[in-house]
Ligand binder design. Structure first.
Ligand SMILES: Nc1ncnc2c1ncn2[C@@H]1O[C@H](COP(=O)(O)OP(=O)(O)OP(=O)(O)O)[C@@H](O)[C@H]1O
Length: 360
C-alpha cells in the first residue's frame, strides 16, 4: 500500500507541510553548507510540484500551483510576473518562511535535501548558511533599534559560530564589500538612504556564505540610478562567489539584464522558462510576450511608443477561470483554451512554455 500524505505543523510556527512519503528518497546529508554542492550535474535547487495554499475550505487561496523549477550551482534565474501571481509566496516557500495559514505540498530539494521535510534544527542551519533572502523594502526587514554592523554580525554569531569580535570585524568587511564605508557600521537604519539599506540587506545575505540567494524585488522603491547600482552589485557579488541567484521582479527587462534564465509566472504557475534573452526578446507564451512589451526597452525608442500594460487584471487566485488561467486576457486564445489547461512543453531554444499554440 502506498503511504498517505504526512502532515505536520512547522515547529518554527510557520506553514503546514504535507510531504508525500512515497516520493521521499534516502539521500546522503551534505557535511556542511560551506562545502561543495553534492547533487548530480551541479543542480543546487530543484523544486518539484510545489503547491502553496493559504487557508482552507471554500476560502482557500491556491497561491502556487504545481511549480517545477531547477537552478544549477552558480546560475542565475529570474522569476517574473504581475503582482499577486505568487512570486513572493514561492520564494518564501523555498525556506519555509511562510505564515501558519499556508499549507505546502511537493518537494524543495536544496543541495539534495528536502527543505519541506527537514527537521527544525537542520532548517535553522540551512537558513542563512544554505540559502538566504534579500527582502523587498529593507526598512521593514531591518531592525530599527539596532546598529547595522550588529545586524550584519548577527547571522555570523547565531549561524556561523563566530566570536563577537570576529563577527564584528567580518561585518565591517562585508559592509565595505557592498560599498558602505567602515565608519557606517555604527549607523542605525534610519540614518541610511534606501539604497544603502538595501546594501546592508545584501551584506547580511552574504554573511554566512550561502550557496543560494533569493532576492525578492531587491530594488523596488529605489530610483532608477540606484536600482541599476544595486543590480550590478548583486550581479557582481554572486558571480565572484559562485552563488546561485533567484531574483524576483515584475520587470522582465531588469531580470533579462541580470539573469541567465527567466521563468514567467501567472496565477500561481510557471507558464514559460528558458534562456533569459530568448524569453525576453521573443517569448513563446502570450503572457510572456505581453509582459516583455509592458516595459520600455533600453536603447529602443520604438518600444516607448508601444502600448504599455496588459488588458484586464490578473485573476483572483481563489476564483481562477477554467482552462488556461490566462485565456480571458489572451489576444490569441482559441476556444479550447477556455476548458483545457496546458502543461509546460518544449518550445525550442532550450525553453518550455504552457500554451496550446506551442507545438509539443
Ligand atoms: N498570508 C496570506 N494569506 C492569504 N493570502 C495570501 C497571503 N499572502 C499572499 N496571499 C495571496 O496569495 C497570492 C499570491 O501573493 P504573492 O504575494 O505571493 O504574489 P506576488 O506575485 O509576490 O505579488 P507582489 O509582487 O505584489 O508581492 C495573492 O492572491 C495574495 O493575496
Amino acid at each position: 500500500m502506498v503511504p498517505g500524505p504526512a502532515r505536520h505543523r512547522d515547529r518554527a510556527g510557520g506553514a503546514r507541510v504535507h510531504a508525500v512519503r512515497a516520493r521521499r528518497r534516502v539521500r546522503t546529508q551534505p557535511e556542511s553548507w560551506g562545502g561543495q554542492v553534492t547533487t548530480a550535474a551541479g543542480r543546487l535547487l530543484r523544486v518539484e510540484d510545489l503547491t502553496v495554499t493559504y487557508g482552507e475550505g471554500p476560502d482557500a487561496v491556491p497561491a502556487v500551483r504545481g511549480v517545477d523549477l531547477t537552478l544549477d550551482a552558480g546560475a542565475t534565474l529570474g522569476l517574473a510576473g504581475e503582482s499577486g501571481c505568487g512570486k513572493s509566496t514561492l520564494a518564501l516557500a523555498l525556506l519555509r518562511l511562510l505564515p501558519r495559514a499556508a499549507t505546502l505540498t511537493g518537494r524543495v530539494l536544496l543541495d539534495g535535501e528536502d527543505v519541506l521535510t527537514m527537521r527544525w534544527g537542520r532548517l535553522r542551519a540551512v537558513r542563512w548558511a544554505g540559502a538566504s533572502v534579500v527582502f523587498q523594502g529593507a526598512m521593514h526587514a531591518l531592525n530599527a533599534v539596532h546598529r547595522i554592523g550588529d545586524q550584519v554580525a548577527e547571522p555570523l554569531l547565531v549561524h556561523g559560530g563566530a566570536t563577537a569580535a570576529a563577527a564584528r570585524h567580518r561585518a565591517a568587511d562585508l559592509l565595505e564589500q557592498v560599498g558602505l564605508p567602515a565608519a557606517r557600521t555604527s549607523a542605525y537604519p534610519h540614518e541610511l538612504s534606501g539604497g544603502q539599506r538595501q546594501r546592508v540587506m545584501i551584506a547580511m545575505a552574504l554573511a554566512c556564505e550561502p550557496h543560494l540567494i533569493v532576492a525578492d524585488e531587491p530594488t523596488t522603491a529605489l530610483d532608477v540610478m540606484i536600482q541599476a547600482q544595486i543590480l550590478r552589485l548583486i550581479e557582481g557579488l554572486v558571480a565572484e562567489r559562485g552563488i546561485s541567484l533567484l531574483m524576483i521582479s515584475h520587470d522582465l527587462a531588469v531580470l533579462a539584464d541580470t539573469c541567465d534564465r527567466l521563468a514567467v509566472m501567472y496565477a500561481g504557475r510557471i507558464v514559460e522558462e528558458g534562456p533569459a534573452r530568448a524569453v525576453y526578446d521573443a517569448a513563446a507564451h502570450p503572457y510572456g510576450r505581453a509582459l516583455s512589451e509592458a516595459f520600455p526597452r533600453v536603447g529602443d525608442p520604438a518600444s516607448r511608443l508601444a502600448p504599455r500594460g496588459l488588458p484586464g487584471d490578473p485573476p483572483d487566485p481563489a476564483a481562477l477561470p477554467a482552462g488556461c488561467a490566462f485565456h480571458p486576457r489572451c489576444p490569441v486564445a482559441l476556444d479550447r483554451c477556455a476548458h483545457d489547461d496546458q502543461p509546460l512543453r518544449a518550445a525550442g531554444e532550450g525553453r518550455t512554455a504552457a500554451c496550446v499554440r506551442v507545438e509539443g
